[in-house]
Structures are given as structure tokens and as C-alpha cells.
Design a protein around this ligand. Structure first.
Ligand code: NAD
Length: 278
């Protein structure tokens, strides 16, 4: 029988811990403020931004929201980021992705001051993960590590396979598992004999962005399976990259979608806002 890894419960635990820490900070006159910038009117992004504001309010972090029209130019966005970089009362800046096609992520993300880059996407913070210097950890991969640890799943020495090599999930996920002394393999769309590789994993982290791609045939008996994917199926129901019904009976532990990795991402963002670079 598999164990269901309850991201909702763990994220609530983290938020309670942060609320306590924030109360201590406020008592000593220190505040925290997160500025969130949303460009355009993508409905999923708007939901993410609202959830971030709600989490901030719950913990005691001030939040500032900038909802900009989709016609906003790259220069205008960079100007706003520059202004927020200079503001002493703002200690976290987040630009909600994806950006409209005419705005270049690779120009915008490095414009955020690394000290305020609570998403952990600035090249400075990416480099810090790789070299073990203090920095902001990207929220989704950091949330996966936290899920594993809080579930009592040992990472050290384990064969970990990350399916997906994106800059925001797959690559940093692999680095964080390596930092925990796992043996790590990254697979992607060009991997040959994919199932042979995923089938070796003690811990399989799936971030492919393909609904239900990973079925039981990808997974070793007794593996821990973490599903990072989020999609809406044809009935509007949330689902992941993993076909839960077929994988769960083989797994020793598995995350559900929703209620697995998703809530942890916001909890780790809040941690970055409260605790700063670690
Ligand atoms: P992405 O599209 O940037 O990257 C997907 C990766 O999967 C690529 O590296 C690609 O090589 C690989 N891939 C695609 N198809 C494949 C296949 N058939 N076989 C093997 N590899 C394949 O996606 P992303 O930004 O890393 O996101 C992945 C998923 O995670 C998406 O569903 C996204 O919505 C979700 N996501 C969730 C959270 C969260 O908070 N839970 C955060 C970020 C992303």
C-alpha cells in the first residue's frame, strides 16, 4: 500500500512556522514586503498571484500587486523592477511567468536584484545553488525536497531520476537532490530508452508538462514518485504528469495532484520572503 504525500498538510505546517517567525520579526520592528508583478490577463497566472497575496496576508507579509496591461513594453516593466529594486521597504520581487511573447524573460529575470529575487531565478542565485553559496532556492524544487524530508524519505545515496530539464524545475531539482547526496540522473525529450532510466529510480520526480505521461510502466516497484505537473483535463479537473491510478499501486509513496507539490511552491516562496537568502 502506498503512502500519500500530503503537500497541503506540510505546506500548512510551514506557513504556521513562518507565521510565528514573522510575528517575532514584527515584534522587533522588522517588516517583510513582497511585490508581485503580473503582465497580461492569463487566468491561471491571476489565480497564482491571488494565492500568493492570500498566503502573504496569512503570514503577516505585506504584499504589493502590480497588474499591468498585456501591451506593457519591456522597458516599462524594467523601469518598474528598477524602482522596486531601489525601494528599501520592498524585500522581495516576483514577476509572474509566463510573460507575453514581446517581453523577454531572459532580460527581465536578471534585472531583479539578486537580494530580492525570492523566486530564485536570477543567474546569481542559480549559480549559488550549484556552488553551495547562500542564495534563494527556487520554490518548486525546494518544495519537493521539503516534502521528501518531512515525509521521512531518505534522499542520501538514493538513485534519483528527474524527468524534465527546464530552468525553473528540472535542472534546479537535480542540483538540490545532488546537494542532498543523491545519485542523480536527468531525463528529457531526447533521452533514449526513457523507461529503462526512470525504472531505476528510487525517487522519481516528474516535471514534463505532459498530462498523465508517466504510467506504471515507467516506475520501479516501491519507488517514491513526485508529480510536479499541473494541468486541467477536458472536464476542468486538475491532474498531473503522472497517471496516478496506474502508478500509485507500484509506488511506496506518491504525491497527489492537486494537494502535492503545488501548495509547497507557495509555502517555499513565503519562506524565502520571511527568511531571506539561506
Ligand atoms: P517545461 O515545458 O519548461 O519543461 C518540460 C521538460 O520535460 C523539458 O525539459 C522536456 O525536455 C521534457 N519533456 C517534455 N516531453 C517529454 C517526453 N515526452 N519525454 C521526456 N521528457 C519530456 O515545463 P516546466 O516549466 O518544467 O513544468 C513542468 C510541469 O510542472 C508543468 O506541468 C507545469 O505546469 C508544472 N509546474 C508546476 C509547478 C508547481 O508549483 N506545482 C511549478 C512549475 C511548473
Amino acid at each position: 500500500m502506498y503512502k500519500l504525500i500530503d503537500g497541503k498538510k506540510f505546506s500548512q505546517e510551514i506557513k504556521e512556522e513562518l507565521k510565528g517567525r514573522m510575528a517575532e520579526l514584527l515584534a522587533s520592528g522588522r517588516t517583510r514586503c513582497l511585490a508581485v508583478i503580473l503582465v497580461g490577463n492569463d487566468p491561471a497566472s491571476a489565480v497564482y498571484v491571488r494565492n500568493k497575496e492570500k498566503a502573504c496576508a496569512y503570514i503577516g507579509i505585506r504584499s504589493l500587486s502590480y497588474v499591468l496591461p498585456k501591451e506593457t513594453t519591456e522597458e516599462e516593466l524594467l523601469e518598474l523592477i528598477g524602482e522596486l529594486n531601489r525601494r528599501e521597504d520592498v524585500n522581495g520581487i516576483l514577476v509572474q511567468l509566463p510573460l507575453p511573447a514581446h517581453i523577454h524573460e531572459e532580460k527581465v529575470l536578471p534585472a531583479i536584484s539578486p537580494e530580492k529575487d525570492v523566486d530564485g531565478f536570477h543567474p546569481f542565485n542559480v549559480g549559488s545553488i550549484n556552488t553551495g553559496r547562500p542564495g534563494y532556492l527556487p520554490c518548486t524544487p525546494a518544495g519537493v525536497i521539503e516534502l521528501l524530508k518531512r515525509s521521512g524519505i531518505e534522499i542520501e545515496g538514493k538513485e534519483c531520476v528527474v524527468l524534465g530539464r527546464s530552468n525553473i524545475v528540472g535542472k534546479p531539482m537535480a542540483m538540490l537532490l545532488l546537494r542532498e547526496n543523491a545519485t542523480v540522473t536527468i531525463c528529457h525529450s531526447r533521452t533514449v530508452n526513457l523507461k529503462d532510466v526512470t525504472g531505476r529510480a528510487d525517487i522519481l520526480v516528474v516535471a514534463v508538462g505532459r498530462p498523465g505521461l508517466v504510467d506504471g510502466s515507467y516506475v520501479k516497484e516501491g519507488a517514491v514518485v513526485i508529480d510536479v505537473g499541473i494541468h486541467r483535463d477536458e472536464n476542468g479537473k486538475l491532474c498531473g504528469d503522472v497517471d496516478f491510478e496506474s502508478v500509485a499501486p507500484k509506488a511506496s509513496a506518491i504525491t497527489p495532484v492537486p494537494g502535492g507539490v503545488g501548495p509547497m511552491t507557495i509555502a517555499m516562496l513565503m519562506k524565502n520572503c520571511v527568511c531571506g537568502m539561506e
